[in-house]
Design a protein around this ligand. Structure first.
Ligand SMILES: [Zn+2]
Length: 259
């Protein structure tokens, strides 16, 4: 029944998003699920999908970089900042343990709703040094204080652990701050821009900033020793290049109690 429902949802996605002028199919290798068929249904990158696992070029880019930079996940404890989707399914299948969460406005962080833990990336409830890998997809542009979020992920990673994620990246050197939270109030510096969200709906999630190449400086300022923007190529071969941000926590960072 559940799989019928998922198939129905997938078919509805295909019909809803189809643009006949863009329609293309290509046999290839999906970084998440292996040999497959890629379908391009529309010009936008979210309109290209792996027909087996449903991954978009964004999820394919993260999975390709996880495989290349992190390697085998079978001994690893992983934290993913979402509770569904093809990347979530991939990590749950491959990792020794996957911890996952979503952010609900009205649930206490660390508590659950419908079996899904609520976490605020700016104040995680996890212990220090408890994960080998942290991942997120198109989340950080919605976090009011992203520097605090990066420091939190640095805190919960083990020495040598990695953060691998995506955000919409512009070609600009500098990040454009679009909105700020000041003394409890929200101030828009530029006209508000909203993204869709599976929990809150279409056009409901405020974009706090448009990231530029200086995102790597923000990660280094949060404590990461290595931070870079990785070109993950064109995983689907449909002309959608994926850029993935990676950061590594020093494997020799002294533990406060040992210094
Ligand atoms: Zn796939």
């Amino acid at each position: 029944m559940a799989s019928d429902l998922r198939l129905g949802q997938k078919l509805r996605f295909v019909v809803d998003s189809l643009d006949w002028r863009e329609l293309r199919a290509r046999v290839g290798g999906c970084p998440l699920c292996g040999p497959t068929l890629f379908l391009k249904l529309q010009r936008d990158q979210l309109g290209t999908r792996c027909v087996r696992c449903g991954a978009s070029p964004i999820a394919m880019g993260i999975a390709a970089v996880v495989r290349e930079r992190f390697g085998d996940l079978s001994q690893s404890r992983v934290y993913e900042a979402s509770s569904r989707g093809p990347l979530f399914d991939f990590l749950r299948r491959e990792a020794r343990e996957l911890v996952y969460s979503d952010f609900f406005d009205d649930v206490q962080p660390g508590q659950e709703r419908g079996g899904v833990r609520c976490e605020d990336l700016q104040a995680l409830t996890f212990d220090d040094e408890s994960f080998d890998l942290c991942t997120s997809t198109e989340v950080f542009e919605h976090v009011p204080d992203d520097r605090r979020g990066f420091r939190e992920l640095h805190r919960v990673l083990r020495p040598g652990g990695q953060l691998i994620f995506t955000v919409p990246l512009s070609d600009s050197e500098e990040t454009l701050e679009r909105a700020l939270v000041e003394e409890g109030g929200l101030r828009h510096i530029h006209p508000p821009n909203y993204h869709d969200d599976l929990i809150r709906g279409s056009g409901k999630v405020l974009v706090f900033r448009d990231y530029g190449r200086d995102i790597v400086q923000r990660l280094r300022a949060a404590g990461f020793t290595l931070a870079e923007i990785v070109d993950a190529g064109d995983p689907s071969g449909m002309g959608h290049r994926a850029q993935v941000v990676t950061a590594r926590k020093s494997s020799t960072s002294p533990h406060p109690s040992c210094t």
